[in-house]
Design a protein around this ligand. Structure first.
Ligand SMILES: C[S@@+](CC[C@H](N)C(=O)[O-])C[C@H]1O[C@@H](n2cnc3c(N)ncnc32)[C@H](O)[C@@H]1O
Length: 223
């Protein structure tokens, strides 16, 4: 199997910076630039307010949220990825609605509360205390606000990870919910696996599976 230049890197900031720098497609970016369909499905219809996005990458979800009227704080460890998002925000005329924050979520603490906190595909092959980050994120949800966590519900078809003893299994939405250990008064609005038809970069059709959790903090609930 071919190895990429970042395979030997274990430091999260260095790993993701190398990944974003070396995996750009012809567009100059690594990801498609389109909002994650599952995030769109979970968020459309909610009244816009202020949102926090964890591990925003090149910012496609943040840009979409801003276009829907949200004010967004978008956090990622990679300055290169954030620069892609910021440039697009300027082109889209939504720069004033997105604050880009370069930070390691392992140690970063939100300083205020948000009507919406999202984490889409916050996965990493290097150190990432995902459960702790998501628990902390739940404490940043304002009364009446929501936390949306979308992750891989299964390894992609043909992935070697299915047979790889070193790769931990992907958490189900139930396991994410249990790890959040939410106090009374939170409501589970979505807890499911969804099929997501998409295309690989080479145009091949594939169906991926997303694990989706959406929880709402009741007006009286602690966090
Ligand atoms: C699989 S990508 C998903 C990116 C984006 N949410 C999306 O759906 O396109 C995971 C993202 O998490 C970021 N990330 C990984 N570890 C991080 C950490 N410790 N602190 C902040 N961001 C991190 C990476 O830089 C990367 O952009």
């Amino acid at each position: 199997m071919a190895h990429s230049s970042e395979d030997a890197i274990s430091d999260p900031a260095e790993f993701w910076e190398a990944r974003y720098l070396t995996n750009r497609g012809e567009s100059g970016q690594m990801w498609s630039g389109r909002v994650n369909a599952t995030v769109e499905h979970e968020v459309e219809g909610l009244a816009p307010g202020n949102a926090l996005e964890l591990g925003c990458g090149e910012g496609a979800d943040a840009l979409w949220l801003a276009a829907q009227g949200w004010t967004v704080t978008a956090v990622d460890i990679s300055a290169t990825a954030l620069a892609v998002g910021a440039a697009q925000a300027a082109r889209d005329g939504v720069a004033d609605r997105i604050r880009w924050v370069q930070a390691d979520l392992a140690t970063w603490h939100p300083a205020s509360e948000f009507d919406l906190v999202t984490a889409a595909f916050l996965h990493s092959p290097v150190e990432l205390p995902r459960e702790a980050i998501l628990r902390r994120a739940a404490t940043a949800v304002a009364p009446g606000g929501r936390l949306v966590v979308v992750g891989h519900g299964a390894f992609p078809p043909g992935s070697h990870h299915d047979h790889d003893a070193d790769t931990p299994p992907l958490p189900t939405a139930d396991e994410v919910l249990a790890a959040l250990d939410l106090p009374a008064g939170w409501v589970v609005e979505t807890n499911t696996l969804v099929d997501r038809p998409t295309k690989w970069r080479d145009g091949t059709d594939v169906i991926l599976v997303d694990a989706v959790l959406r929880v709402r903090r009741g007006r009286e609930a602690a966090n």
